[in-house]
Design a protein around this ligand. Structure first.
Ligand code: NAD
Length: 419
């Protein structure tokens, strides 16, 4: 068994962020020690009968960081190099994200080390069902509620819900969020993270006295978060000048036809084959000129190597952990405003909360109600972080972490230590 506090660069980064914020709020050292480690970390073997009849054994994870504020909540990621350290960092960030948004949830994350693009639908279904079966005693609508993340989607959530429900003997829609509307999902969940990024951006642009409609936008990663953010911005008349995926990026300083690009990506998978725009390799892509950069892919994309070369004024972190602490310092010196992940991409978990509440009550809301409440919560969250950052003379990231960790710490002190 790997250590409960696993070494990995992403986990080191999450721990450094925790330490910076803990120093700033003078966090009780006993609380800091507890928060540095997850409550539980589970590694499971997931044997799958492949289409060629061979059995492949995948490795699955579920890390539950802290549930002092409520049941664990966090996505399931299917990604080739997934490891315990990465999942632990993502689980910790979920604790801070839920706390900052004022949700009654703790933080968790899970996933399977695999490349879903190399697997058939049947293999993904078999893998998902076996993974869910391995987690049966660790998840539940009052215990730990998974959701989609990189490489997973509504269909994967439907299989998780079905497997869990088959074992219980009755339908349990509240076991996952981000499932199809037809089986207890909510309107607006698929779009929630991207819409939330846009609501946060509107506030950020306003705070700098800029006009969003005059800004140019670059989006790294064009999956759920990146494509919805791009589509929403284009709908508002904002010029999206570049988008990228794992195959590379396309760029047009006069603006891309986002809707057509998104449809092309849905049908062809590889963005680079889109017939319009200049093709730009992965590394140079982030350095293209723009007003707003929206990393929406994986962690540690903006580092001390490339931070100084970025040409944007605002970074809105659609992805979790795209910017390292070293890069944060460089960007602060350059005057770039970074809207941190736990604030910028909280829309997904906020609407997941709405979905969970609707499932528990068996009473469903309209999409207008969902969007209105999402906008209100994102705006309130942004304003409280901005106010704290001005008061404490801290970056938005540090201010957001300070608020989130303080809330978790206070709740831990109130509940006390059971020993
Ligand atoms: P997704 O699997 O739908 O899309 C990921 C996209 O990133 C794909 O287009 C992929 O090709 C691209 N990509 C991967 N590596 C890349 C690289 N090195 N360079 C350029 N593109 C790359 O995943 P998603 O759900 O959109 O999640 C993206 C990020 O947003 C992750 O960090 C995730 O944790 C975070 N996030 C997702 C949600 C959600 O609701 N889905 C909520 C909050 C945060």
């Amino acid at each position: 068994m790997e250590s409960l506090s696993p070494n990995s660069s992403v986990n080191e980064m999450a721990l450094r962020q925790l330490d910076l914020a803990a120093d700033s709020i003078d966090l009780d050292p006993n609380l800091r020690a507890r928060l540095r480690k997850p409550d539980h970390a589970l590694i499971v073997s997931v044997p799958v009968r492949m289409d060629d009849e061979s059995v492949h054994v995948f490795t699955g994870y579920r890390v539950q960081h802290n549930d002092v504020l409520g049941p664990f909540k966090g996505g399931i990621r299917y990604y080739p190099d997934l490891n315990l350290g990465e999942v632990s960092a993502l689980a910790m960030w979920m604790t801070w994200k839920c706390s900052l948004a004022g949700l009654p949830f703790g933080g968790a994350k899970g996933g399977i080390a695999c490349d879903p693009k190399q697997l058939s639908r049947k293999e993904i279904q078999g893998m998902t069902r076996r993974y869910t079966a391995e987690l049966l005693n660790f998840i539940g609508p009052q215990i730990d509620i998974p959701a989609p993340d990189m490489g997973t989607n509504e269909q994967v959530m439907a299989w998780i819900m079905d497997t869990y429900s088959q074992h219980k003997g009755y339908a349990v829609p509240g076991i996952v969020t981000g499932k199809p509307v037809a089986i207890g999902g909510t309107l607006g969940r698929k779009e929630a993270t991207g819409r939330g990024v846009v609501y946060a951006l509107e506030q950020a642009v306003d705070s700098l006295g800029l006009d969003l409609q005059k800004c140019s936008v670059l989006i790294q990663g064009f999956g759920n978060v990146g494509s919805v953010t791009g589509r929403e911005l284009a709908r508002l008349g904002v010029s999206v000048v570049g988008v990228s995926d794992r195959s590379g990026g396309i760029y047009n300083p006069r603006g891309l036809p986002v809707e057509a690009v998104a449809r092309f990506k849905e049908q062809n998978n590889k963005l680079l084959e889109f017939p319009e725009g200049e093709k730009i390799g992965g590394k140079e892509f982030l350095e293209l000129p723009c007003d707003i950069l929206i990393p929406s892919a994986s962690e540690m994309q903006i580092t001390q190597e490339n931070a100084g070369k970025l040409k944007c004024r605002i970074i809105a972190e659609g992805a979790n952990g795209p910017t390292t602490p070293e890069a944060d310092k460089i960007l602060a010196d350059m005057g770039v405003l970074v809207i941190p992940d736990i604030l910028a991409n909280a829309g997904g978990v906020i609407v997941s909360y709405f979905e969970w509440v609707q499932d528990l009550q068996n009473f469903f809301w309209t999409e207008d109600e969902i969007n209105k409440q999402l906008k209100e919560m994102m705006t309130r969250s942004f304003r409280s972080v901005l106010e704290a950052s001005r008061k404490e003379r801290a970056s938005l990231r540090l201010a957001a972490l300070m608020i989130a960790i303080q809330r978790v710490g206070r709740a831990m002190l109130l509940r006390g230590l059971y020993a």
